[in-house]
Write a protein that binds this ligand. Structure first.
Ligand SMILES: [Zn+2]
Length: 324
């Protein structure tokens, strides 16, 4: 254990990107948008909504320098919180998540139209008109604690079905968001019941591991193919690939005491077979699996009181999903 005596040391195995060439943007600061001139959806790839999660920024910076352009529709790259990223320090890599507040908890129009001010609110207000024109958004994230990669789709069936069609990573979790504020993917643009706009989030793996970058690249490539912005590869010999697992969050476990602790170190993506299995102690209270085949979504081994310790999810059957 190192750092603050609170978190273990996670080595930074990915290079810290030099984002100076991409700071200015061609639309807004840190926002690059390319219109093919041909009909098609507006697809946005966002990264650095959390400033220390720069695997997605490595991907977008590479695609920008390679000159990736859409063959139809419009493609937008968003470096969401460059101010937080600028504070990244490999010696203390967890501190640059945000400057004033979590940029992924402010996407409620009441908050955005309200009187409160912060660096992140100003950024969200500047991005909002652009976000309102996006048909499909993929928000690139990564995780502090090692965990199987997953796609998070929020509450909309149309987003969940998009996540399931991508196939990488093969785990898709539909949830109801966080009680502490709305994420970018939960913004009304994407969650209007009658709307068509869809947003999903991918957690590619541990923040600073090379496999995380590879997973984010595979997921974003699948999205650009699915939306027709880049050419799909010619059909090769069919490679049997397992259908993605799709699960729905059934319970969000919030630490109610300072003494919350899991009974053993659980990795995210673990499936607990039996109902009523003891997972954690929260002071005197026992936290147990509410159903069989319980998926543990991003357990956080160190949880402060009032914060989410883990989310529990139940797998859906293929017949619960829309046909492709
Ligand atoms: Zn994140």
């Amino acid at each position: 254990m190192a750092g603050h005596g609170f978190l273990p040391h996670f080595p930074v195995l990915l290079p810290v990107p030099d984002l100076r060439p991409w700071q200015a943007g061609n639309l807004l600061p840190g926002v690059w948008s390319f219109d093919s001139g041909r009909p098609g959806p507006h697809v946005a790839l966002s990264c650095l909504v959390h400033g220390n999660e720069f695997a997605g920024a490595l991907l977008l910076a590479r695609w920008l320098s390679q000159g990736l352009r859409p063959r139809r529709g419009r493609l937008t790259f968003i470096f969401a919180n460059l101010a937080a990223f600028a504070r990244f320090n490999p010696a203390d890599p967890t501190l640059s998540r945000f400057v004033d507040e979590d940029l992924n908890r402010v996407w409620c129009d009441r908050v955005l139209d309200g009187p409160r001010d912060s660096l992140e609110l100003r950024r969200a207000r500047a991005l909002r008109p652009l976000i309102a024109t996006v048909d499909v958004l993929l928000d690139l994230h990564s995780m502090l604690w090692p965990s199987d990669p997953l796609i998070i789709t929020g509450a909309m069936a149309r987003a969940r079905d998009l996540g399931a069609r991508l196939g990488v990573p093969p785990l898709v979790v539909a949830d109801q968001g966080h009680g502490t504020g709305r994420r970018l993917i939960d913004h009304a643009t994407f969650t209007a019941p009658e709307g068509h706009r869809r947003a999903i989030l991918v957690e590619g793996g541990q923040h600073w591991e090379p496999e995380t970058l590879a997973t984010l690249e595979a997921c974003a490539t699948a999205l650009l193919r699915e939306t027709g912005l880049i050419e799909a590869p010619p059909p090769a010999a069919p490679v049997p690939r397992p259908a993605p697992s799709v699960a729905e969050v059934t319970r969000t476990v919030i630490a109610g005491t300072h003494g919350f602790s899991f009974v053993r170190p659980f990795r995210g993506g673990t499936v607990i077979r039996a109902r009523n299995t003891l997972l954690a102690l929260d002071g005197e209270a026992e936290i147990r699996t509410p159903h069989d085949d319980c998926l543990l979504v991003m357990p956080s081994p160190r949880t402060m009181r009032g914060h989410t310790a883990v989310r529990l999810a139940r797998f859906l059957r293929p017949e619960d999903l829309a046909p492709p």
